[in-house]
Design a protein around this ligand. Structure first.
Ligand code: CAO
Length: 450
């Protein structure tokens, strides 16, 4: 039993005991660091509420109070090293509980006894009334380190609080010691999410039925093939981005008749140098110009969704289709590179991608991405934003179309563009202006090359 050192009578016949609660046996640990103090003087606690969190190399341990009461003083601080027997808390335990117990077991006259007597009755040696076996003190709880990768350090009370608010604890940024998640962090997380339109809250409980487990062999012959490693990894991120970013896709067509003439005139030279000069290299160049003109498309939201980070570099990701799945290597400083240089680099990164030789750093730091299906076909599609970027351009196959010039229809080579953008950051009017400007650059070789 945890000892109490002092008992002080309180006013108005209400008896209070000031008890000192020490750290109980915490298992195989000697000196363990206090990483979070969960209560403060004046707080009311219930028996078994967690008071502090300890963290050893192996585990996080919650130490509860064995009794209810009002915290008189917390005797440990974050960062202290503690062990069994270290004073943890001074707790004012109201005598109401004792009185109630007495009222249930004693005659009325005895319940009117003076304060002093009541205090004495509270002392163990004066407990004459046989009682039921005392409830054992609550034991410290070891928090299972259940998450692979990022561990969410939070007490059960904080976890419960987060659950009640529908917050996935692993998405909360902890500001406590060693990144521990406090109750305040959960509140801040919800506040931020509400201000940023739910950016950081995972609605983990979508009220939708699960996919049915179907035995397809009932309907005919089948063959099962595992997803590739890239598909498994990128699938999760695509899903997250699709679900958590409010996508809108803006469509347009660029007249690339002039660009195509220029490209055809320079294709042979590029071939001689060992690369293919495709419309995509021009698109990358035009994109760098459009980002300069519309800096909001070259941003990312910070992790709390409170600030927009404007990038002063122009690194453009190119979606590359490989036998193992989709990857997005980044071509850096596209504003400083000539179209030929970009085309050459695109050849190099796509070879590297298809050979599975891209390093993670080759795929990081993008401003925006371009996904081109123009070499294959199609008229439009909805590309999924490659977060933390805020927009992505989809490119489909160019086609000759009749375009009215005010007097007559002219045959023009029209390139379909599909711009998906994060509507939390970019308004529809911004997106329309951006795509119109991008089209104007693609339509005018002077603008493109200057
Ligand atoms: N319209 C018409 N023709 C186009 C075109 C377009 N928009 N884009 C490319 N082409 C032509 C090229 O000019 C080339 O023909 P020529 O050799 O006669 O010039 C041919 O199509 C093949 O081009 P390509 O696809 O090899 O080269 P690219 O530079 O356009 O693209 C790359 C390179 C790596 C992006 C591409 O090969 C690729 O992997 N695309 C798929 C990206 C993808 O999967 N996106 C989907 C993401 S969402 O799931």
């Amino acid at each position: 039993m945890i000892p109490w050192l002092t008992q002080e009578p309180d006013e108005d016949n209400i008896v209070s005991d000031i008890k000192q609660i020490n750290i109980p046996d915490i298992g195989d640990f000697d000196e363990v660091q206090v990483i979070e103090v969960l209560v403060k003087a004046g707080d009311t606690v219930n028996a078994e509420d967690a008071i502090i969190s300890l963290e050893s190399d192996k585990a996080t341990i919650e130490v509860p109070t064995p009794e209810a009461g009002v915290v008189e003083a917390v005797l440990v601080n974050e960062g202290d090293m503690v062990s069994k027997g270290t004073p943890m808390l001074k707790l004012k335990t109201s005598a109401i509980d004792n009185k109630t117990e007495q009222a249930q077991t004693a005659e009325p006259a005895k319940t009117e006894a003076k304060t002093e007597k009541t205090v004495k009755q509270a002392e163990p040696e004066h407990q004459e009334t046989p009682k039921a076996a005392p409830k054992p003190p609550p034991v410290p709880v070891e928090i299972p380190q259940q998450r692979k990768g990022k561990l969410a350090h939070a007490s059960p009370a904080v976890r419960k609080f987060a659950r009640e608010l529908g917050v996935e604890i692993s998405t909360v940024t902890g500001t406590g010691r060693k990144g521990r998640i406090t109750r305040e962090d959960v509140k801040q997380h919800v506040k931020t999410a509400m201000q940023s339109g739910g950016q950081t809250v995972v609605t983990s409980n979508f009220d939708v039925p699960p996919f049915p487990a179907v035995d397809f062999t009932e309907f005919g012959e089948v063959e099962t093939q595992p997803l590739s490693r890239i598909q498994k990894i990128s699938g999760k991120y695509l899903h997250r981005n699709w679900v958590r970013i409010p996508h809108v896709t803006q469509y347009d067509e660029a007249d690339i008749t002039e660009l195509e003439a220029f490209r055809n005139a320079n294709k042979a030279e590029a071939k001689e140098q060992g690369f293919n000069l495709t419309p995509l290299a021009f698109m990358v160049k035009a994109m760098a110009k459009a980002l300069k003109k519309f800096p909001k498309f070259n941003t990312s939201l910070d992790v709390d969704g409170e600030n927009l980070i404007f990038k002063k570099y122009y690194h453009i990701g190119i979606a590359v289709d490989t036998p193992n799945g989709l990857v997005v290597p980044v071509i850096r400083d596209c504003d400083k590179k000539e179209v030929f240089e970009i085309a050459k680099e695109m050849r190099d990164v796509s070879i590297k991608a298809r050979e599975g030789k891209l390093a993670p750093s080759d795929m990081q730091g993008g401003s925006i991405s371009i996904s081109s299906l123009g070499g294959i076909g199609g008229t439009a599609f909805t590309p999924i934003i490659n977060a933390p970027e805020v927009a992505i351009l989809g490119v489909s196959k160019s086609n000759i179309k009749p375009v009215w010039n005010g007097k007559e229809f002219e045959p023009k080579l029209m390139l379909p563009l599909s711009l998906s953008y994060d509507h939390r950051v970019i308004d529809g009017a911004d997106a329309a202006r951006f795509i119109v400007y991008l089209s104007s650059i693609l339509s005018d070789m002077k603008k493109m090359l200057l």
